[in-house]
Design a protein around this ligand. Structure first.
Ligand code: RP5
Length: 167
């Protein structure tokens, strides 16, 4: 695919099982009108796919990569090692350790190869989309306006006083 027709954001994830989390990234980008491609790329099971994707990500026209993985979550760090593009990592909530393994695997990169690490699970997936959109909005005034509108809507949805939800 030619560079001009590529979406600016790639959402990659280590497994089909990560989609339940990473679909929140996709839904948030949909709400902001930001195009993306979503791919399953496993650092462990499909290392050749990871190499091919990461080495060519910039020339293929992507601007930001969002990588979700769980457990021994090497995907964001290995991707960042092979591309100059900004990489945001989403720790998927694992069954064994509730995502603490994923978080520490992603966040503890050695100096020199950064991965911007988000919160575990759904919150991190949504925030990765918002952060990636904010990066793109530096050079896209229309997107900056849509991000402002998104935040205004969020603010307006917060009630002043709590209600008893069990009633
Ligand atoms: C990781 O292993 C994936 O990112 C996923 O979170 C985890 C479990 O993968 P499956 O065994 O469900 O495919 O590589």
């Amino acid at each position: 695919m030619a560079e001009a027709s590529r979406p600016p954001i790639a959402i990659i994830m280590g497994s089909q099982s990560d989609w339940a989390t990473m679909k929140h990234t996709a839904e948030t980008l949909d709400a902001l009108g930001v195009e993306y491609e979503a791919k399953i790329i496993s650092a462990h099971r499909t290392p050749d796919r990871l190499y091919e994707f990461s080495k060519n990500a910039k020339v293929n026209g992507y601007k930001v990569i969002i990588a979700g993985a769980g457990g021994a979550a090497h995907l964001p760090g290995m991707t960042a090692a092979m591309t100059p593009l900004p990489v945001f990592g989403v720790p998927v909530q694992s069954k064994a350790l509730s995502g603490q393994d994923s978080l520490l695997s992603i966040v503890q990169m050695p100096a020199g190869v950064p991965v911007g690490t988000l919160a575990i699970g759904r919150a991190g997936a949504i925030n990765a989309a918002l952060l990636a959109a904010a990066v793109l909005a530096l050079n896209d005034n229309n997107l900056a306006t849509r991000l402002d509108t998104w935040r205004d809507k969020q603010r307006d949805g917060v009630a002043l006083a709590p209600v008893d939800e069990s009633d």
